[in-house]
Design a protein around this ligand. Structure first.
Ligand SMILES: Cc1cc2nc3c(=O)[nH]c(=O)nc-3n(C[C@H](O)[C@H](O)[C@H](O)COP(=O)(O)O)c2cc1C
Length: 388
């Protein structure tokens, strides 16, 4: 399974084409829309989220609620485009061009300046439009299709925020994936500990008043994972590495870790390795899951536990210094609108990206022209592993 996304932040629409989805997968626009809605929610977001309620249109690959094995095209219309038709016109509107204000004030922490230098743009809007996190809409749409595949083979994902702008959320021990999902979805700030909800909201309000922004650390957990996805035989087949690339490819994500992650650097081997146990009912399992479900770049059957860190949103009301690319004069960046945080939305994006990498891997390992064969192949493999 592979996919592309296309579309600019203020262009007419966003598009994704996904190839390699088996035939016979139940898939509806409603299912995808529910995921898109989750991305648009979360405490601390306003502005555009209120203008746009994203709705997907499926224009290929699905008939009567079932995939056909052909490429699936997903489209999301940018409703705000009506206010941007000239600025974003694909036509060569030479005469009008002069009246369209060029963007020459690059924002620190954004792609504006480097994109302009790389692609030789005098109008930095050209780099702003595609580098915008609006693109993550299509990652979520593609992720929804991936989640449908994973659900059919018994895998489930959940995401929650474990650090919010420096505030650590104490996570109750031994929560199942289903419990994490339920708790995080009930929370406006995507945390599993309700007792901390108000404190986080108050902090977001305070940050907003200060004209500042915060990031955070997001954890995605995956249950029902078959043993042996990914491989150690070649560097680019290691699945933890593929997930790491996916997560760090999300706008503003700066790092990734699995299981105990960076804490490993402070611990002894005896405190890190997950001891192997065997029982007739479950076959081989582990006493702990410090390695986050991976050994040798392969899933070991334990839940996948992956965390990604998102930097604070770079657009601040609190002015930051930059330089105008036409005059070379310094200026204080001013902002029309920005949010104090987008970490809850980013949690949905991260979950979608992890789902997409996993679905591609499941389809790589198991026979996958159609869902029936796929499910049989996964089931056969699960039985083999249990009897090993
Ligand atoms: C869900 C989501 C929403 C975002 N919203 C904004 C935003 O409103 N304003 C902003 O300046 N950056 C926002 N960002 C971050 C920027 O897109 C990102 O920092 C920028 O494109 C530069 O890329 P880099 O941080 O990966 O280097 C958002 C990121 C995500 C994942």
């Amino acid at each position: 399974m592979r996919y592309f996304t296309a579309g600019e932040s203020h262009g007419p629409r966003l598009t994704a084409i996904i190839e390699g989805v088996p035939a016979g997968l139940p898939l509806t626009a409603e299912y995808i829309n529910a995921e898109l809605k989750r991305r648009q929610g979360g405490y601390g977001r306003g502005g555009r989220m209120k203008i746009e309620s994203d709705q997907v249109e499926i224009t290929s690959g699905v008939r009567h609620g079932l995939t056909m094995g052909s490429p699936i095209t997903l489209n999301v219309t940018n409703r705000d485009f009506k206010n941007w038709t000239e600025i974003m016109s694909a036509a060569d509107i030479e005469k009008k061009k002069k009246s369209i204000r060029k963007l020459t004030k690059p924002r620190p922490g954004h792609a504006d300046l480097v994109g302009g230098m790389k692609y030789r743009f005098s109008d930095l809007r050209n780099s702003l439009e595609r580098s915008s996190a609006r693109e993550t809409t299509m990652r979520v749409a593609v992720g929804a299709v991936a989640k449908r595949i994973l659900e059919e083979v018994g895998m489930d994902l959940a995401s929650h925020i474990v650090v919010f702008g420096g505030i650590e959320i104490d996570v109750p021990e031994n929560l199942t994936v289903a419990e994490i999902k339920e708790r995080a979805r009930q929370s406006e700030v995507s945390i599993v500990n309700q007792d901390r909800e108000q404190e986080i909201k108050d902090y977001i309000d305070q940050i907003k008043k200060e004209g500042n922004t915060i990031g955070g650390v997001i954890e995605t957990v995956v249950g029902g994972v078959p043993v042996g996805l990914g491989s150690y035989v070649q560097w680019d087949r290691k699945l933890d590495a593929k997930i790491a690339q996916g997560v760090v490819s999300i706008n503003a994500f700066k790092g990734v870790e699995f299981g105990l992650g960076f804490k490993d650097g402070y611990l002894k081997g005896s405190d890190v390795m997950d001891e192997i146990v065997w029982s007739k009912e479950d076959g081989y399992t582990r006493k702990s899951n410090n390695l986050g479900g991976f050994e040798g770049g392969m899933t070991n059957g334990q839940p996948i536990v992956v965390r990604g860190v998102m930097k604070p949103i770079p657009t601040l009301y609190k002015p930051l210094m930059s330089v105008d690319t036409e005059t070379h004069e310094p200026y204080k960046a001013s902002v029309e609108r920005s949010d104090p945080t987008a970490v809850p939305a980013a949690a949905v994006v991260m979950e979608s990206v992890v789902a997409t990498v996993l679905a591609a891997e499941v389809l790589d390992k198991f026979s996958s022209d159609n869902m029936e064969e796929l499910k049989e192949a996964v089931e056969r493999h699960q039985q083999f592993v249990k009897a090993f």
